[in-house]
Design a protein around this ligand. Structure first.
Ligand code: SUG
Length: 417
């Protein structure tokens, strides 16, 4: 069936800061308590969306979540933000909902037994600041993907047994977007020495079952513990996929079935070509592999790869072998410093024409929305933020005012979860 792949990107929120909250994510640990620039972060993300839109790839915008998280403040009995202890402040203020690759797992209608698009918001239980995203994520997704074409599941139970981090640990291979595909779920390993796993096998199995996937076309791959200990906290830090193309590093998994490798166009990048530590520092694999409307695939890579001789050579090799047409290096440095590259900032959805038409119209990026969002960011966002700024009561006011205006702009209700 004819179908296109659309991307929905998380707009960076006005409280973007570096709090060092994500143990196992080396960039987050490294940049903890350094100065962030929320305005630049949001503009960088928006420019990436515009870039894809200009290439003719359908692009949607996912709003940031309201922060500080009012419900958590109330639930813990604090009368207002002034009373929240310092060690909690950075979590309820985190703008981490920008990384929508962790928002949900989505199975296109071509793969599901009932021919509907199935959506499961991620529970993100492994980190408190991320776990508190789940209910608002579900609320937003229901407003965006409306009608009978879409089945919305609840996030899985909030226990590590069902730890689920969404599409960052999910891939799909198919001859063409609209064809029946193979869905690949990647789960963590209990054998790590340094960092805990985030995705559980039981969670991945539950989603495959809920989404009514054909077990014969569903594959579960276990992460290599060595990779997790080197900072590969999600699969999208060490593998990328699009249509029939599957590119991964040789140290990504415990094993990959021969059958899968033979069925699709599989490229394995060796340790000799790119060291595991460079996979993590450059975010080579956190690139977006995209099919152009006129055919052929391109890569949107983080700017950091351009400066890295070996990473660039790997990309040039893909071009010279005719695997991809071109690599574009984009600057999303503000997000990268918290461990989020181009692919972390987007959630992919394969849609038929009918499904596409059912989507809330105001979230589609076009030139008018792009210009309005640029103005909106410039009006409300600060260009400098440090941990101490989270103590400023004005920040909460600014952040809520910004989201109220955005809500009017894109017609999404943002009331607290
Ligand atoms: O969950 N960073 C996020 C980055 C998520 C990247 N997503 C994908 N790989 N798909 C995380 O580790 C850091 C927040 C802070 O430290 O301020 C953070 O949550």
């Amino acid at each position: 069936m004819n179908a296109v792949e659309a991307n929905i990107d998380g707009l960076v929120g006005p409280t973007h800061n570096y709090a060092g909250l994500a143990f196992g994510n080396i960039a987050s640990e490294k940049h903890a308590l350094t100065i962030s620039n929320p305005k630049q972060a949001a503009l960088q993300g928006l420019q990436k969306m515009k870039f894809l839109h200009d290439l003719g790839i359908p692009q949607m915008v996912m709003p940031p979540q309201p922060r500080p998280h009012a419900k958590i403040i109330r639930q813990l009995g604090y009368k207002d933000i002034k009373h929240v202890p310092k060690e909690l402040l950075n979590q309820i203020y985190s703008a981490s909902s920008m990384w929508v690759a962790n928002a949900a797992t989505i199975s296109p209608s071509a793969d599901t037994a009932d021919g509907k698009v199935h959506i499961t918001p991620a529970n993100l239980v492994s980190k408190f600041h991320r776990g508190i995203e789940a209910s608002t994520t579900a609320y937003y997704l229901k407003q965006i993907f409306k009608g009978t074409h879409f089945v919305h599941h609840d996030p899985l139970p909030s226990y590590m047994q069902f730890g689920d981090e969404g599409a960052a640990n999910h891939m799909r291979l198919s001859k063409a977007h609209g064809d029946k595909g193979t869905e690949i779920f990647v789960y963590g390993s209990a054998a790590t020495k340094k960092y805990p796993p985030r995705q559980s096998l039981q969670a991945s199995q539950a989603i495959a079952y809920l989404h009514r996937l054909n077990p014969k076309s569903t594959v579960f791959l276990q992460q290599n513990p060595e990779a997790v200990d080197a900072g590969v906290f999600h699969n999208d830090v060490i593998a990328m996929s699009n249509e029939e193309l599957f590119i991964y590093h040789e140290l990504a998994y415990e094993s990959v079935p021969q059958q899968l490798r033979r069925k699709y166009k599989t490229i394995v990048i060796s340790e000799k070509e790119l060291l595991l530590k460079d996979v993590v520092s450059t975010y080579f694999f956190n690139s977006q592999l995209v099919t152009l409307p006129e055919g052929g695939q391109i890569i949107i890579a983080p700017k950091e790869c351009e400066k890295h001789a070996k990473a660039r050579k790997c990309f040039e090799g893909l071009i010279s072998k005719g695997i991809v047409k071109k690599v574009y290096y984009l600057d999303v440095h503000e997000s990268m410093k918290n461990g989020g590259g181009p692919a972390c900032l987007r959630l992919r959805v394969v849609l038929t024409e009918k499904e596409r038409k059912a989507i809330h119209p105001k979230v589609w990026l076009n030139d008018a929305l792009y210009n309005a969002l640029c103005r909106w960011i410039k009006k409300y966002y600060r260009d400098r933020m440090l941990a101490d700024d989270l103590r400023d009561p004005l920040l909460a006011e600014e952040s809520f005012a910004a989201l109220a205006e955005l809500s009017r702009l894109i017609g999404i209700s943002m009331e607290a979860s």
